[in-house]
Design a protein around this ligand. Structure first.
Ligand code: GTP
Ligand code: ZN
Length: 202
């Protein structure tokens, strides 16, 4: 696992060091793609690419469940659905390492306590900033909320576009993939599932 280096005199911007073998791997890819990695415009590219990938994959540096550790017990008897919708996210597919760009809706039915609403988006980003397939991303977000909040129900719907389908391969722009994971009440009760899907706009 790479460590992120904080600012110091030799490294005022706090940019992480990039080992030589990582830079060489990116030079090899540039050469293989048909360009010359020693030409001026590409000289710093291996470092930039490596740092960019560290950022895209920041989720590996964290356990997303940490965001759900601070809960609020005083909820004034609120026991209806809590929904965060249209949460934009970016991920990368594990097959082509190409961008997955989309939005998520995350809902849960609280049991006794709630969590700060931003934390649902943090959990999403924690799993999205890894090499993923959309199905696993959807399931991991739902399972994390289920395990850590012990709610009555969890519903996660993700809608995304995969650059491996738009920029290459089948080259079909405008295609959206939708995945969902329902747990607890949302899985067992048709009326609750319909209600949450309708609140999400589906
Ligand atoms: N189920 C699923 N498939 C994905 C996801 N992201 C990318 N894929 C697909 O992964 C598949 C990989 O198929 P392969 O035949 O091994 O790879 P490929 O030859 O590059 O396939 P094409 O993309 O069809 O050119 C492709 O069909 C992609 O569309 C995802 O999140 N979920
Ligand atoms: Zn792909």
């Amino acid at each position: 696992m790479s460590s992120l280096v904080g600012p110091d005199e030799d490294n005022p911007l706090g940019k992480p060091d990039v080992p030589d073998d990582v830079q060489e791997a990116i030079r090899t890819l540039i050469r293989w793609a048909g360009d010359d990695p020693t030409r001026e415009g590409l000289q710093d590219t291996p470092k930039r690419v490596a740092r960019a990938w560290l950022e895209y994959c920041q989720g590996y540096q964290q356990d997303p469940s940490i965001h759900l550790s601070r809960i609020f017990e005083e909820v004034g008897g609120y026991d209806e659905v809590v929904l965060l919708k249209d949460i934009p996210f970016q991920s990368h597919c594990e097959h082509h390492m190409a961008p997955i760009i989309g939005k998520a809706a995350i809902a849960y039915l609280p049991r006794d306590h709630v969590v700060g609403i931003s934390k649902l988006a943090r959990v999403l980003h924690g799993f999205a900033r890894r090499l993923q397939i959309q199905e696993r991303l959807t399931a991991e977000v739902a399972q994390c909320i289920w395990d850590n909040l012990q709610p009555h129900g969890v519903a996660v719907v993700i809608e995304a576009s995969h650059a491996c389908m738009t920029a290459r391969g089948v080259r079909t722009p405008g295609v959206g993939m939708i995945t969902s994971r329902m747990m607890g009440t949302f899985l067992e009760d048709d009326r609750s599932r319909k209600e949450v899907l309708s609140l999400m706009g589906y």
